[in-house]
Ligand binder design. Structure first.
Ligand code: NZQ
Ligand code: ZN
Length: 385
């Protein structure tokens, strides 16, 4: 196992009717800015519930955070905070709202041009404003991690940053708040969480026995509850399991002490920035082809994945790997998540454009072995046509 440090300070408050606990979770004297997305939080009553729990505190609002939050939008929030003497941020929404809030928290007292936060991928962040979240979409794990992904629309640059200063202080996870999600977003959430686990598990063995078994358990749980969450949208236990699995998939636990890949995410971010394809859908396009192209480097783990996650034990090694990749693709497709570039109307031109953007963004050595050069990324995209 590799050396590691693990520290996750986010308090999770989980269950039905837990939004009321904001009354105690948010400091009594806080001047609060609630950040949210488009219409959903207002329409389904979550915003009113949050405001009621905050009681007499000073509360301001910043709405309109778009999916794949933009630098341009979030810098407007930074401006509003200065004017209103805000000292606590509360994100109410999915990964985009929480990520946007993390950026605002880091940008507010940043000395210098805040875009450096993204350019340095978080290394330049020295402090951040305190914030919490109320999660409405199980998918990204942003509610319990220190990552954020922001898009600069003017240059179509989607960059991630990580900083120990942007863990949420707390996150409220009420599974009933996911009932209003459209099926496409539930499917996205299942696919995103699945790929988060795979990016930290399907690399090469380092003897992280518990990490492997945790990861396999999370994948099997997603395979079990994903279709149920679509079939029975108001089943509390299913939504509760999905919500907790998505948080556990990317809260640092299964990635501690093991190699990590993240190439599907980096290639996927370029697809979103250029063509506005939902984050999870880009991963479903890239991952099956990446596993195929990288099969020699991931051989031992692919065989373990085939056996333990999909119960595949017949055939030669390559046949078992083929079956495991096919089952992965079928799983995404069964959720209604298309896995081919052509399904999104993209072909050769898009492959050229994505590879050019990867090069422009310095993504020249991706993957757990840093052997995914732009030429390999091209082969992966060719395999995903
Ligand atoms: O904007 P509103 O009207 O609220 O609608 C949203 C949005 O259109 C809707 N929605 C959210 N909760 C709802 C709801 N609709 C009905 N009922 C509810 N309860 O869902 C749509 C998508 O929301 P979004 O927040 O964009 O989705 P998601 O949570 O999948 O977040 C995606 C973003 O997270 C980043 C992605 O790159 C992308 O920008 N990621 C963040 C990560 C992290 N911080 O660790 C890791 C991930 O790999 C990912 O990269
Ligand atoms: Zn993701």
């Amino acid at each position: 196992m590799q050396n590691f440090e693990f520290h996750n300070p986010t308090k999770i408050v989980f269950g039905a009717k837990t939004i009321a606990k904001l009354a105690e979770l948010v400091p009594a004297e806080a001047r609060v800015l609630i950040l949210y997305g488009g219409a959903s939080a207002r329409k389904n009553g979550t915003l009113d519930e949050v405001k009621a729990a905050l009681g007499q505190r000073f509360v301001a609002e910043f709405g309109g955070i778009e999916p794949n939050p933009s630098y341009e939008t979030m810098m407007r929030a930074v401006g509003q905070i200065g004017e209103q003497k805000i000292d606590f941020l509360l994100a109410v929404g999915g990964g985009s709202v929480i990520d946007g809030t993390k950026f605002v928290a880091a940008a507010i007292d940043y000395l210098g041009d805040p875009w450096e936060i993204l350019e340095t991928h978080g290394a330049s962040v020295k402090r951040a404003m305190n914030f919490g979240s109320v999660l409405t979409l199980p998918a990204t794990g942003s509610e319990m991690n220190n990552g954020s992904v922001i898009t600069r629309q003017s240059t179509q640059t989607k960059f991630a940053f990580l900083s120990p200063h942007v863990f949420p202080q707390f996150s409220v996870l009420d599974p009933t708040k996911t009932y209003t999600l459209p099926p496409s977003q539930i499917a996205n959430g299942v696919a995103d969480a699945f790929v988060h686990v795979v990016e930290q598990y399907l690399t090469y063995p380092v003897g992280g026995l518990a990490q492997d078994r945790f990861a396999e358990g999370l994948l099997q749980t997603l395979i079990e509850v994903g279709p149920q969450a679509l079939a029975t949208p108001d089943d509390y236990d299913t939504r509760a399991n999905l919500m907790w699995v998505a948080a556990l998939a990317l809260n640092g636990l299964i990635g501690a002490g093991v190699p990590q890949d993240w190439a599907s995410h980096m290639i996927g971010h370029e697809l979103t920035a250029l063509y506005s394809i939902d984050h999870a859908r880009t991963l479903a396009i890239v991952l099956p082809s990446l596993l195929d192209v990288q099969r020699q480097h991931k051989r031992a783990k692919l065989l373990q994945y085939a056996q333990r996650v999909w119960d595949i034990s017949e055939g030669s090694e390559d046949e078992r790997i083929d079956q495991a990749i096919a089952r992965t693709r079928q799983f995404f497709e069964s959720l209604g998540v298309k896995t081919r570039l052509s399904d999104y109307g993209l072909g050769t031109e898009a492959i050229d454009a994505v590879v050019a953007q990867l090069e422009a963004h310095g993504m020249n050595a991706l993957g757990e072995r840093q052997n995914i050069t732009p030429a390999v990324s091209r082969a992966i995209l060719e395999g995903a046509r």
